[in-house]
Design a protein around this ligand. Structure first.
Ligand code: BJW
Length: 240
């Protein structure tokens, strides 16, 4: 039997990986409560102390490699059985891919890749958990994590594609993000303006909550599996 496949765009932030043991940024216990943003996540911080920046990301890379996808990542992957799903993530981990999501866009880069510190188009998959001072790109420049710091532009192709995808969503699901970091935080409203039904999943209200058509308050690892179960039930009752 044929089912209509609506387009669901899932926009995720650090909260979706919190239940995998990865720290968020702005919550209690978040990175920005311990580190000054500008010292570890800006071009100025990199220029002042590249060693400290590499250490910050080396530790985080080790945590990512030790982490496993949680119930939220798995539920998002399971949505593909019923919908056309694109995941737009601000996260630099690979937990969506490991959970089985097949269409994932990383607007803030990927921690498991390195790139040249002078040419952002020279990107390398990492064979080791760490990047060390003295590890160079093919043109002799120091390697850095392939992530987007404050004051840096997002990868143009990834960003343009994300805007197109957001604007084509039937349902836009924002999960585990404080929705304060731009331009990524503008995607939910771009989708809504083009007619998407905007759903937010978060234990706390955010900057986005007042604009959401549905605010599902709670941890993603609890709410999203329930949502998938609900969708399965609807499919059983109302085949198209
Ligand atoms: C749970 C949960 C559970 C907990 N289940 N949920 C327009 C207006 C104002 C400012 C700007 C603007 N345009 C640009 C800017 C400047 C800046 C910016 O946005 N600043 C604002 C903060 C004020 N943006 C930039 O600089 C961007 N570049 C840019 O715009 O380029 C053009 C330009 C260049 C030069 C000059 C001007 C313009 C780049 C932004 C790069 C962001 N980089 C980081 C770090 C790098 C990656 C990394 O190290 O991981 O990306 S910052 C950090 O924040 C990281 C994240 O991807 C990003 C978003 O955070 P996220 O994911 O939302 O995490 P949290 O911690 O904030 O929230 C977690 C949420 O989870 C909470 O709500 C919890 O409640 C929830 N939660 N447990 C579900 N179990």
């Amino acid at each position: 039997m044929e089912f209509m496949r609506e387009k669901v765009v899932v926009f995720t932030g650090a909260g979706v990986s919190a239940e995998s043991g990865l720290r968020t940024f702005r919550d209690m216990g978040g990175y920005w409560r311990e580190y000054a943003i500008e010292s570890v996540a800006s071009p100025e911080g990199w220029k002042a102390n590249p060693q400290a920046v590499l250490e910050f990301y080396n530790e985080r890379r080790k945590a990512v490699l030790q982490a496993s996808p949680n119930a939220a990542h798995l539920a998002i992957a399971a949505l593909e059985a019923r919908f056309d799903v694109v995941v737009i993530t601000q996260n630099i981990d690979d937990l969506h891919e490991r959970a089985g999501s097949t269409n994932v866009m990383h607007v803030h880069g990927e921690i498991l890749k390195a790139r040249s510190s002078v040419d952002p188009f020279l990107i390398y998959p990492l064979a080791t958990a760490v990047i060390e001072m003295g590890q160079l790109c093919e043109h002799g420049s120091q390697l850095r994590p392939d992530v987007v710091w404050f004051g840096e532009v997002l990868p143009e192709d990834e960003w343009n594609a994300s805007v197109r995808v957001a604007e084509s969503a039937d349902v836009f699901l924002s999960v585990g993000t404080s929705a304060v970091v731009y331009p990524a935080a503008s995607l939910p409203m771009m989708a809504k303006r083009r007619g998407a039904f905007l759903v937010e999943v978060n234990p706390e209200p955010t900057a986005l909550t007042e604009y959401a058509d549905e605010f599902l308050q709670g941890p993603a690892g609890v709410i999203l599996p329930q949502m998938v179960e609900l969708v399965r039930g609807v499919r059983a009752i109302h085949p198209a």
